[in-house]
Structure formats: C-alpha cells, structure tokens
Design a protein around this ligand. Structure first.
Ligand code: 2P0
Length: 323
C-alpha cells in the first residue's frame, strides 16, 4: 500500500510504518527562505527490512505533545521539528507519540527519513483525509529526505515536488551498508549543508553539477543501466563530499577511505560495485544481487568496517492495518 492510498483512516489514533532511503543522486543544500526546500533535485531508493514504527494518538486532555523515541521521552526543546510537525497537522491539539526504530541510529541509515515519514503518516492518519502533496510538505519540513520515504521503489524529489519514478522491482539492486563507527555524527546534515553553501569555494560547482548528475542518473535508471547508475551515484556522492570537505565539513574517517579503495579495487577486477556515502563515515556499496556474496566478503575484509547491513528496494510509508 502506498501513502497515497492509506491516508483515509479517520480517528484519533494511527500507527504508521516507514523505511529509510539512500539517495543515488544526492540532496545537499537548501533554498533560501522557509520550508526546508532542497536546492538540488535528488533520486533515492527506499529500503526494505529496516523499519520505523510510530503510533500517534491525538488526545484532547493533553496540554502538550508527548514524544518518546525508542522509549526515551523527548521534550519540545530536544525534538523541535517533531513538535512543529504535530503543531502543523492539528493546530491547538496535542498528541501522544511513540516511535521505534528496528535499526541502530548509528547504522548510517538516516533515521530522520523514516522517522519523519512515519510520523507524518501516523499524525495525518489520525487527522482525517489528506492529499499527498500536503503530506509530502509536512514530511519535508521535518526532514527533506523523509518526503522521499513516503514512496516505495525509486523516488525523485525536486524542490517541493516528490514522486515515484520506478517501482520496487524496476532494477535488481542490493545496498551493502559498511558501518565504520558506532558513534553519532558530529555535524548534523542541516548544519553541514548550511556550512557548505556558506563557506565552500566549491558550493557553486556542486549546485551546478548536481542537477546534471541527477538527470543523467534518472535516465540511466529508466534504461536499467546498472553500471551507469552506479557510476553516477558514486560521482554524485563524491561531488557532494568534495564541496563539503572544502568548507571543513568532513564526514569521513580512515575506514571510509579504505572502504572506497576496496570498492575501486573490486571494480578494477571486473565487479560492478559502486560506492555512495551520506552525511557520515559509512560506505554504502551498490551491487547487483548476484555479486552480494563476493562484495560482502571483500568489504568485510577492510580494516575498520565493523559490520555490514544488507538492504534492497522497499515499499513506501503506510498506515499499519490492524490484523
Ligand atoms: C540525501 N542527505 O539526499 C542527502 C545526502 C545526506 C547526504 O538528505 O536538513 O536529514 O533534515 O532536510 O534530509 C540527509 O539530510 O536533512 C540527507 P534535513 P536530511 O539523502
């Protein structure tokens, strides 16, 4: 079920499921002004197997929202974007929210994407009928990548517009997440982007290159050209990080470089493996499913790769249907 089909459940309580996504062409940088609108288009794949489950119960007796993440209560000051989303969904009303991730926060997979997608769907699901554009708007204000997790398969975000471009089974793909630290990241994405656009001598080059890389990647994806998708995904990630690094925003550690070198060594020996890296030090290797065992073995031998998670294309956010 897609989010589009599922936001018709009325009532005061709803439970939603959402999955993280990994961008093949990266979003990095926001447009000036309000609304958390990305400055460049991006294209992601929503991932199966890793899940955020969020329950929202609207309660007229509450004087303030209550929010717990993995069992730990968070205040408005600690989670301002969560509280702002709830304020926006139902002005003047308050909700009790309980959210759980079945994957570790330091896994290198954005919990904000699945977190805000599940929150938006559950909050709206208990608030009557919503159109998808409004739902995407609310999710994007929480975290831009969350708007992409509303949809399954391959998803494009361009400004305020979000749409699926290819189904879950469009192109066989495995994502091997090579985890290189258990520590949380030092610089959040929002701050890293702001610093990149404000200070990087290569910010303009990134803003210029990103839409081109995105358009080429989209075309390669639609043509089911896996090696070209991989090359362009790696190019997008490296261009994003080059612009950030030039502003002093360095997400990589030593194992990131070693893992990247291992991916290049695999390619030199004829394996179609490509790297992408998000706002953290983990390396995500894009491969075709038949190559998973060999690539997993090679990446597992890289010193500093602590563990490897495997994911593949998955479904969009949706309300949990009571069984
Ligand atoms: C992406 N990232 O396209 C890029 C690539 C990380 C690197 O979207 O500021 O949590 O909340 O809108 O969506 C992560 O940033 O940032 C992200 P905000 P978000 O996946």
């Amino acid at each position: 079920m897609s989010a589009a089909q599922s936001i018709h459940a009325a009532g005061d309580e709803a439970v939603a499921i959402a999955h993280p996504n990994v961008a093949l062409s990266k979003y990095w940088g926001k447009r000036e002004g309000e609304g958390n609108v990305p400055a460049v288009p991006s294209l992601s794949v929503t991932l199966a197997g890793l899940t955020t489950r969020t329950r929202v119960r609207w309660d007229a007796a509450l004087a303030e929202h209550r929010f717990a993440l993995d069992g730990t209560p968070r205040t408005r000051a600690e989670a301002p974007r969560v509280f702002a989303l709830l304020d926006e969904v139902r002005a003047g009303a308050h909700a009790d929210v309980d959210s759980h991730n079945d994957f570790p926060t330091a896994s290198g997979l954005a919990s904000s994407a699945s977190g805000f997608a599940a929150l938006a769907v559950a909050a709206a699901g208990g608030a009557g009928a919503w159109d998808l554009a409004r739902l995407a708007d609310v999710a994007r204000r929480g975290s831009a990548s969350a708007a992409r997790s509303l949809f399954g398969g391959f998803v494009e975000m361009d400004g305020t517009s979000v749409r699926p471009v290819a189904a879950v089974d469009h192109m066989p793909l495995a994502v091997l997440v090579c985890v290189t630290t258990q520590a949380p990241k030092a610089v959040g994405s929002t701050d890293g982007m702001r610093r990149t656009l404000a200070k990087s001598p290569y910010a303009a080059a990134w803003l210029d290159a990103a839409p081109r890389l995105h358009a080429e990647l989209r075309a390669a994806l639609l043509a089911r050209d896996f090696p070209r998708v991989g090359e362009l995904a790696e190019a997008s990630a490296l261009a994003m990080h080059a612009s950030a690094i030039a502003a002093g925003v360095v997400y990589w550690n030593g194992a990131t470089i070693d893992a990247l070198a291992a991916v290049h060594a695999l390619r030199a020996k004829g394996t179609a493996a490509y790297a992408t890296i998000d706002a953290g030090p983990h390396v995500k290797v894009l491969v075709q499913p038949a190559d998973v065992p060999a690539v997993r073995a090679a990446m597992g031998g890289v010193p500093g790769v602590l563990r490897i998670l495997e994911a593949g294309p998955g479904e969009g956010a949706h309300l949990e249907v009571a069984s």
